[in-house]
Ligand binder design. Structure first.
Ligand code: NAD
Ligand code: AKB
Length: 322
C-alpha cells in the first residue's frame, strides 16, 4: 500500500515548497498539508489540508488515523531570532512537537519521520571553518539548544525504540517561492526582494558575516533523498551536516549588482549579529556524501541568477494582475 504523508508546518518557508514537491512524486491524494494557519493557494487548492496545532496530541492522532498516515515531515518550529523573543514558547513548541511525533512512531502508529535540525546546534566554541559532523556543540541560543536536544532525542528513540527518524542540519535556506519565518539567515532572502523592489537593502548582519547557506531546491532534494534512502544507509540518527554555499552580505550584494546595476547595500547590525557570530562559516558534509550520496548543485552565481529571474517574474505577474 502506498505511504500517506503528513507535512506539519506546511505554510512556512520550507513546507510550502516541500508539499508541492512531495505531491509531484507521491500524488496529490497522498500528501496532506497541515499548519495552524492556511497555506499558499497552490498547497490549499491541489490536495488536502488540515488545521493542526502540533502540540494538540489528540487532534494529531485523529488526523493521522483519518488519513492513514505512515510518514510525518515535522517542520513546525520557532526559528532562531523569534525564539530569543519568546524563549518559553519556543522551547515548548520545538520540543513538544518532536515528542508527539516520535511517540507516534514508538507506538508503531507511523513508520517514518523527517525532523530538521540546524547549523544552530553549533556555538561560539565550535570550529568555524568546515565544521565537522562530530565536534563541540555548545549552542548559546534557545533555538540551538532545542535543536541539539532534539537531535539527542532522535538518536535515543532510534536506539531504544527502533524509530526510523531522519534528520539534516539545514544551513540558512534561500528560495523565491516563500518568505522566511524569523531566523538569523533571513537577510539572504530579504535582500533579493528589496533589491528588485527598491534597489537598496539595509542588512541586519555586518558585511563580513559569512554563514553556511543553501538554495531551496537543493534543500528540498536533500530532504526527499534522505527520506527515500534505504534504511541501512542512514547511519547517523542524530542529524547530518549538510553543506551548500558560504557567503557574506557583501559577497551576495556584489552578485546581485551583476543583475541590478545601481543596487546599494547598507549595514545596520542588530541582535541577530550575535547569533550569526556564534555559528560556523562553512560545513563539512562528507558523511552525507558518503552515506546517502548527497551532492549540492547550486553555487552563489547560479542561485542568484535563479532568484532574480523568478522574483522579477513574480513581481511582474503580481503587478499585471492589479
Ligand atoms: P517557518 O517559520 O517558515 O515555518 C514554520 C511553520 O510552522 C509556520 O507555517 C507556522 O505557522 C507553523 N507552526 C507554528 N506553530 C505551529 C504549531 N503549534 N502547530 C503547527 N504548525 C505550527 O519555518 P521554516 O523555515 O519552514 O522551517 C521549518 C523547519 O526547518 C524548522 O524546524 C526549522 O527550525 C528548520 N530549519 C529551517 C531553516 C531555514 O533556513 N528555513 C534552517 C535550518 C532549519
Ligand atoms: C535561522 O536563521 O534560524 C534558520 C536556521 C539556520 O536554522 N535559518
Amino acid at each position: 500500500m502506498q505511504d500517506n504523508i503528513l507535512v506539519v508546518g506546511s505554510s512556512g518557508q520550507i513546507g510550502s515548497e516541500l508539499v508541492l514537491e512531495l505531491r509531484k512524486s507521491y500524488g496529490e491524494d497522498h500528501v496532506i498539508a497541515s499548519d495552524i494557519v492556511e497555506s499558499s493557494v497552490e498547497v490549499m487548492n491541489f490536495g488536502q489540508f488540515e488545521i493542526l496545532d502540533i502540540t494538540d496530541n489528540e487532534k494529531l492522532l485523529r488526523i493521522v488515523k483519518k488519513h492513514n498516515i505512515s510518514q510525518i515531515y515535522l517542520l513546525a518550529a520557532i526559528l532562531s531570532a523569534n525564539a530569543e523573543k519568546n524563549i518559553n514558547h519556543a522551547w515548548d513548541l520545538n520540543m513538544r512537537s518532536l515528542f508527539n511525533v516520535l511517540n507516534l512512531a514508538k507506538e508503531k502508529i507511523i513508520k517514518k519521520i523527517f525532523w530538521p535540525s540546524s547549523i544552530a546546534v553549533f556555538g561560539p566554541t565550535t570550529p568555524k571553518q568546515l565544521t565537522p559532523q562530530y565536534t563541540v556543540t555548545e549552542p548559546n541560543t534557545v533555538y540551538g539548544i532545542s535543536k541539539l536536544a532534539g537531535e539527542r532525542w532522535c538518536e535515543y528513540y532510534f536506539n531504544k525504540f527502533n524509530v526510523d527518524v531522519r534528520s539534516i542540519r539545514y544551513p540558512g535556506l534561500i528560495g523565491w517561492k516563500s518568505k522566511p519565518g524569523g531566523g538569523t539567515t533571513d537577510y539572504a532572502v530579504e535582500i533579493f526582494h528589496q533589491a528588485i523592489q527598491n534597489n537598496t537593502y539595509t542588512s541586519f548582519l555586518s558585511e563580513k558575516t559569512t554563514l553556511p547557506m543553501m538554495y531551496m531546491s537543493d534543500a528540498i532534494r536533500a530532504t526527499i533523498e534522505i527520506m527515500e534512502a534505504p534504511f541501512e544507509k542512514i547511519k547517523i540518527r542524530s542529524s547530518y551536516n549538510l553543506s551548500g554555499i558560504s557567503f557574506n552580505p557583501r559577497e551576495i550584494s556584489n552578485e546581485i549588482s551583476n543583475h541590478i546595476k545601481d543596487f546599494k547595500i547598507n549595514y545596520s547590525a542588530d541582535f541577530r549579529q550575535g547569533i550569526a557570530d556564534s555559528w560556523p562559516q562553512s560545513i563539512d558534509d562528507s558523511f552525507a556524501k558518503e552515506h546517502w550520496d548527497w551532492e549540492s548543485k547550486y553555487n552563489l552565481t547560479n542561485m542568484t541568477d535563479e532568484m532574480i529571474i523568478n522574483l522579477k517574474n513574480k513581481y511582474k505577474l503580481a503587478s499585471d494582475e492589479k
